[in-house]
Design a protein around this ligand. Structure first.
Ligand SMILES: [Fe+2]
Ligand SMILES: [Fe+2]
Length: 331
């Protein structure tokens, strides 16, 4: 999930008869599958939850450009460079759609963005890991964008209209990202023993953080029930994690790579893959700012903000001038 640990502020999910008439009418529309639009009445907790979730998602797209941009100048061929450039550019686009969706909830884009720069807002834990070799670019597309698709397809049916609609296009682009990652892995696995070893190493390092992307286990997800009642979320974290593992384990075998987890085995009775224990302590550390690259990522984003000051000033000066000449023209 590009948004992990989203607070809903709700202690318990209310039943319809515990609600005031306005809230009940809102919940009944949600239950009937009717989308909520920016001008519709909505409970304050629903609005705040969406602001937290969509802004976290936007920040993840935006910070997520950094580990991959690190390899644009070092891509092995011109074709790979052009593909990676397009992919990183798509992620900037995803951030823009999502920052716009947050604005429809009454928060300014500047405020949302400043919350990222100050370290107040969170973004997905996955982007605080380093990209050490070219195979990491393959593993990110395949596993990280692959996990993102599993999480984001249900968001296309989310109850908030602007978020759901943004997700439709995002998901189409994510599937291109996933395929380009798998294609890099395939090329490396068919290459020299050194290239295959590089692919294996990248898989081993990215596997566990990709599983943690889906968020804490259901028994630790205090906010899931309310998000599901509001139909912001459609599936639990464990359900989505299992879906990702079930679709990815056969791809690992297809590539001829070793499984990165000794407990990863098909369970005939469950009809799913079993998997080993995820290190949740590491996950909470990374989310709370103590991952290998947290400081580097925030420093890069702060630097970009400072270096862009001249451009923002020029745009504001141009807009003011335009407004003045429009006013003169009107008189
Ligand atoms: Fe994206
Ligand atoms: Fe992507």
């Amino acid at each position: 999930m590009y948004a992990q640990l989203v607070e809903t502020g709700a202690k318990a999910v209310k039943t319809l008869d515990q609600m005031e008439p306005q809230e009940r009418a809102f919940q009944e529309r949600i239950n009937a599958g009717i989308k909520t639009e920016p001008k519709d009445w909505m409970p304050e907790a629903y609005r705040k939850t969406l602001v937290r979730q969509i802004s976290q998602h936007a920040h993840s797209e935006y910070v997520g450009m950094l580990p991959e941009a690190n390899w644009i100048t070092r891509a092995p061929t011109l074709k790979r460079k052009a593909i990676l450039l397009a992919k990183v550019q798509d992620e900037a686009g995803h951030a823009l759609y999502l920052y716009s969706a947050v604005e429809t909830l009454g928060v300014t884009r500047d405020q949302t963005y400043l919350d990222l720069l100050s370290g107040k807002a969170k973004y997905s834990s996955i982007f605080n890991y380093p990209t050490l070799t070219w195979a990491d670019i393959g593993a990110i597309g395949w596993l990280v964008d692959g996990s993102a698709i599993v999480n984001q397809i249900p968001l296309c049916r989310c109850s908030y209209g602007p978020y759901a609609r943004a997700m439709v296009r995002v998901c189409k682009e994510e599937s291109f990202h996933q395929r380009q990652g798998f294609d890099i892995m395939q090329a490396l696995c068919k290459g020299t023993p050194e290239q295959k070893a590089m692919a294996q190493d990248a898989l081993n390092r990215w596997w566990w953080p990709s599983l943690a992307m889906h968020g804490p286990p259901d028994e630790l997800s205090a906010n899931s029930a309310q998000s599901m009642a509001w139909k912001i979320k459609q599936n639990s974290n464990d359900e989505l994690r299992q879906r990702f593992i079930d679709q990815t384990a056969p791809q690992i075998e297809f590539l001829g790579l070793a499984l990165p987890d000794a407990d990863l085995k098909w369970n005939e009775a469950r009809g799913h893959y079993d998997y080993g224990a995820i290190d949740w302590e590491e996950f909470f550390n990374v989310v709370n700012g103590k991952g290998p690259c947290n400081q580097e990522r925030l420093a890069a984003r702060n630097q970009a903000w400072e270096e862009g000051a001249w451009f923002r000033e020029a745009m504001s000066a141009y807009a003011a001038k335009q407004e003045q000449s429009d006013m003169q023209g009107a008189t």
